[in-house]
Ligand binder design. Structure first.
Ligand code: SF4
Ligand code: MG
Length: 314
């Protein structure tokens, strides 16, 4: 609820704080158990920062973060460490998150050993079962990350993430570095795991087609704020926010029946250190009105389940 994450900007010889980057600026949403929420937006919109706040890698500057009724916004130390089993993150480049000097078996066993999840023999067994779950052979145990392709490395990272049986996985551009055919395999794997383990996902991507493939609901972010949140079926067929409309008009989609006119946005995304007044999108919005420059639109439910932050609808 009302999550903010501001990073100080320092300047001068004394390195005083001279401003803040408002990476996440007042975001509220609920993630249901077993649900996949897609989080889309251009690079720099704050989606990765929001993912890290959800994971409690970052502490929110303001706002409350609750999991199963427990407030975790400011948990620290042992209390946070205990809770960490419940969520895991999968990144774009598994190579940078997998220690190249560790064998695949050790990489997957590590979280189990650290958390004392069984005897050596039991852990060994769990590693083999995790490898099978992600579609790798038991022999992968004795090999090293560099011996695998990008898609296989992502499977290793997923096996490691699954080791402690998390409830929530935040996937940040998890398939963006992979070839399209491999992307589909990993997305299908994630979908299978979701059913098998009752996982929930926050699926972060700049790619609307990928998000469409995996998500139940989709949240669109612009300059640190959610501008639209809707069930997938609504967001892709009747986007309400002018920014969502522009993003969708630019996304290539071969099976589209109704041709959508391409909406070209003028200018660049403004700096999150100096977001525009009122609606942060007003500097680029094709439908801007006077009120947009001074009054910030709140995210409100427009049709059942579809939320939008735009004065056109109020
Ligand atoms: Fe455009 Fe105004 Fe809506 Fe913002 S509030 S998206 S500027 S119409
Ligand atoms: Mg990012």
């Amino acid at each position: 609820r009302n999550i903010k994450k501001y990073f100080p900007i320092t300047g001068g010889v004394l390195r005083r704080t001279i401003g803040h980057v408002k990476a996440v600026d007042d975001v509220s949403f609920t993630l249901n158990e077993g649900e996949t929420l897609g989080l889309v937006g251009e690079s720099g919109c704050g989606k990765s920062t929001l993912g890290r706040v959800i994971m409690r890698i970052y502490e929110p500057t303001e706002g409350t973060l609750t999991i199963n009724g427990q407030e975790i916004s400011h948990l620290k130390g042992e209390a946070l460490r205990k809770l960490r089993h419940q969520f895991q993150m999968v990144f774009q480049d598994p190579y940078s998150s997998l220690n190249p000097r560790m064998s695949v078996g050790s990489l997957i066993a590590e979280p189990l050993l650290v958390n004392r999840r069984g005897s050596r023999a039991q852990i060994q067994e769990q590693v083999e079962s995790l490898l099978a779950i992600v579609g790798l052979s038991p022999e992968a145990r004795v090999r090293y990350p560099h011996e695998f392709s990008g898609g296989q490395r992502q499977r290793i990272a997923i096996a490691r993430a699954l080791a402690l049986r998390p409830k929530l996985i935040v996937a940040d551009e998890a398939v963006s570095a992979l070839d399209v055919s491999i992307q589909a395999q990993i997305l299908n794997l994630l979908a299978d795991l979701r059913k098998e383990f009752g996982l929930s996902y926050v699926f972060i991507s700049h790619n609307l087609a990928v998000v469409k493939h995996v998500s139940d609901r989709v949240a669109v972010m612009y300059l640190g704020r959610l501008v639209e949140l809707a069930p997938k079926s609504k967001l892709y067929t009747q986007p309400l926010h002018p920014y969502t409309q522009a993003l969708l008009s630019a996304a290539p989609e071969p099976k589209r029946h109704v041709a959508r006119e391409r909406i070209v946005l003028m200018g660049d995304v403004p700096s999150p250190a100096k977001p525009p007044s009122g609606c942060a999108f007003h500097t680029r919005c094709p439908q801007v009105m006077d009120v947009c420059r001074s009054l910030r639109p709140e995210l409100k439910e427009h049709t059942p389940g579809q939320y939008v932050a735009c004065h056109i609808y109020s």
